[in-house]
Design a protein around this ligand. Sequence first.
Ligand SMILES: Cc1cc2nc3c(=O)[nH]c(=O)nc-3n(C[C@H](O)[C@H](O)[C@H](O)COP(=O)(O)OP(=O)(O)OC[C@H]3O[C@@H](n4cnc5c(N)ncnc54)[C@H](O)[C@@H]3O)c2cc1C
Length: 397
Amino acid sequence: MNATAEQRHEVLVLGAGYAGLSAAIQLAARTRKRGNLRVTLVNPYDTFTERLRLHMTATGQETAEMSIPELLDGTGAVFVRGWVTAVDAAAKTVRIDDDRILRYDTLVYGLGSVADTIAVPGVDDHAYTLNSPQDAALLADRLTRLDGGTVVVGGNGLTGIEAAAEIAERHPGLQVVLLGRAEPGASMHPKAKAHLDAALARLGVRVRSGVEVVKVLPDVVELADGSTVPADAVLWTSGTRVSPLAAAAGLTVDERGRVVTDNALRSVSHPDVYAVGDAAAIRQGYGVMHGTCQGGMPTGVHAALSILRVLAGKEPKPFRFGYYHTPVSLGRSDAVVQFTRPDDSPRRIVLTGKRAAKYKETVTAAPWPTFARMKKMPASGALWPHGGRYTRIRSAK
Ligand SMILES: Cc1cc2nc3c(=O)[nH]c(=O)nc-3n(C[C@H](O)[C@H](O)[C@H](O)COP(=O)(O)OP(=O)(O)OC[C@H]3O[C@@H](n4cnc5c(N)ncnc54)[C@H](O)[C@@H]3O)c2cc1C
């Protein structure tokens, strides 16, 4: 028997990224026959953004189009295309950019993160980002039009390293300069770092570590020591920023604006709101999780399982996740895979070269078939490393 609109429990999932899609599919697939729960997924585009491939988009490489409505087909979940402009946590409504108001009983907040273009003056005005396929395509267009010159990559974390390597490989006529505070790959095992350094050198990437960018101008980057680096294009990858919507809605957020959750992934201030992926501050035994899709997808699945347990009158289980690898592409035929302990510290095991590139491609391509499989077999989405003693919760004696 179908529930009336008043009886139906409305779950609204904001953001169809790695985490939001995992939550929506897990929930919809487990409840499709019930009729008393409806899942609505809101996202600005109807295609899935493979963020892990945006450095490829930025160098003019075609990537697959993945239709979100097609993926949801058969699950009963509803797709709403729109940009969320406000969350009213008291009224339990969400406003989207065409002024539609969507009501919820339970909210899953998965709006992800973008590069921090605010902290350093000039970045927002003059630098390119990998925040969306459109942003990446703008850089691709600029790079094709450059006839020689220098591309500065600001930020030498994993995204910066991957982007610098990709640009250098695809545009050998351009000088690529990679700027950052620490050494690239500083947290990796020396074997992995040595491979990474050699690959960047082979590709001709000029690495300048120990520097602080203080300003970005149209054709130059200024450093804290007063020196400058000429730039025909600047790609900014340093730091991340989250949507201000959660804080504006009065949800408890951390110093970076991420929603602080309890161990079931509920907002600590608003238990009818679950937060997942990069937008959430999720504490584990080793500290607060950092944004990755290896951790983001499990948060989405776990939020879905918590919601179902709460609706069934049961206590939700604590979320536990342990990292297991850091795969970094170094162009299309080289990579380094650093295997890690659950707290993300490096093990001695490292994969490099062509086998690592294959591994990285397998990992990058995995989410879409994972979503499709989860649609048919929801339990298949609930398999991830729980982190063993690194995340074990000891009960008080
Ligand atoms: C170039 C690059 C390479 C990366 N490589 C790796 C890697 O190799 N391995 C790894 O684990 N991680 C990698 N990451 C990080 C990884 O992509 C993120 O941790 C992951 O995308 C987080 O998933 P998410 O679902 O929280 O957010 P996202 O995947 O960013 O999804 C958020 C969704 O919310 C939507 N959204 C945002 N604001 C609004 C709004 N106001 N209204 C409606 N919708 C909105 C967005 O459009 C998006 O669809 C990489 C990131 C980048 C940029």
